[in-house]
Design a protein. Structure first.
Length: 390
């Protein structure tokens, strides 16, 4: 894979910083992880099953996709489907190139249906559709560069985001490229995997230039743009403005956040901000009617009022542990993963730990996926776990 100029710039920055450390005779050491507090469980949480899928994903942010019977995962060079009830594998498909994006599927699954297709993308820029029942490859479409994320499908469209700042609208049925839109990527970027959000007739995506933009999902027509961050800082790392974490819709409100910028409540119809707060996060935000939740760039967990953006509580117990964006389970719990393979359950009313379970020993780079009172978590080594609150 050919590295893009802005990737080279970021690598050069790290090399320069390392060189300065050597010249001065001092080796920079990362700050130690904050010591975990012991947890006295206040809820009953159990690992129902745990399987080694053989699909190690490393730092790629490839999320599980869940329908009414199966959980679909991908990593390395394979994709597979697993029974939700017992963790038994239904199928596994060799992709023969590194998977960098997905997994996503049909929006009809939100209506308690089974998916007919699932979608993923590769570092070589191939958009791929698989039959959800068998794992058979249905189509492959070559796009402009490495694929970072893929949306759910709607209106016979599925949207792929690539590393060169482009969105590609493909026919779900055939993979034919229908439209393409571009946001100019900045010189410095985390190259994260923010997933485009489908809210028919719109698809909404965050970009590395600090913008959130809405497009007509059918033809790619631009509807609105909102700026969350601008590269104004004097040091290079502080110029990173990516909106590449989770964005969340509730009714006519959209919630999004950026690195070195702001979090905002946005009117989904016109892109106007109802409120904006200075905030920096690599993971994005999640929300329900009771709260807006996020983890910041220092590892603090926050709850905000979704109507105003005012803080409700914050937790500093996971600093430097790279906690994920919180997953929301019902009205009383959130769950986050961390770099050491812990799965933390937190009371959403007061921000206190309520349970903790150990998962993948290589840690996590993505958040849990919620299915009722259960969560599915896929770790860096490819271990998939189902954890349920009893």
């Amino acid at each position: 894979m050919t590295l893009k100029p802005y990737v080279l710039l970021l690598i050069g920055l790290f090399a320069f910083q390392s060189g300065c450390s050597q010249i001065s005779g001092k080796k920079s050491r990362p700050a130690p992880l904050k010591t975990l507090k012991a947890v006295t469980p206040t809820i009953n949480v159990k690992t129902d099953w745990q399987v080694a899928t053989g699909s190690a994903m490393g730092e790629n942010k490839v999320h599980p996709f869940i329908d009414n019977k199966l959980v679909y995962i991908a990593g390395g060079t394979t994709a597979s489907a697993w029974q939700k009830s017992n963790g038994k594998m239904l199928w596994k498909t060799a992709i023969d190139e590194t998977i960098s994006a997905g997994v996503n599927g049909n929006l009809s699954t939100s209506n308690n249906a089974s998916a007919s297709k699932v979608f993923l993308g590769t570092t070589n820029g191939n958009a791929i559709s698989l039959d959800a029942a068998t794992g058979k490859i249905l189509w492959i479409e070559r796009l402009s560069s490495e694929i970072l994320s893929v949306s759910a499908s709607a209106n016979n469209r599925v949207i792929f985001r690539t590393v060169d700042g482009k969105l590609h609208g493909l026919l779900e049925s055939t993979g034919e490229l229908i439209w393409q839109r571009s946001q100019r990527p900045p010189a410095l970027s985390q190259l994260g995997g923010g997933v485009p959000l489908v809210v028919p007739p719109l698809v909404i995506a965050g970009f590395d230039n600090g913008k959130v933009a809405a497009y007509n999902i059918a033809n790619g027509q631009g509807i609105w743009e909102a700026i969350l961050a601008l590269p104004r800082a004097s040091t290079e790392p502080e110029q990173i403005t990516d909106v590449d974490g989770k964005i969340k819709q509730l009714g006519n409100a959209l919630f999004a956040a950026s690195m070195n910028g702001s979090s905002a409540g946005i009117n989904i119809e016109n892109g106007k901000k109802a409120w904006s707060r200075a905030y920096s996060t690599p993971t994005g935000v999640n929300a329900n009617r009771l709260g807006l939740y996020s983890s910041d760039d220092k590892g603090n967990i926050w709850k905000y009022d979704p109507q105003t953006g005012e803080p409700v509580w914050s937790m500093d117990d996971l600093q430097r542990r790279l906690p994920s964006v919180p997953a929301i389970i019902g009205n009383s719990d959130i769950a986050v993963t961390d770099k050491q393979g812990n799965i933390h359950w937190i009371n959403s009313a007061n921000g206190k730990f309520s349970a903790r379970i150990k998962g993948d020993p290589l840690g996590y780079s993505i958040e849990p996926e919620v299915d009722g009172s259960s969560i599915f978590v896929l770790g860096k080594s490819g271990i998939l776990s189902k954890v349920t609150k009893r």
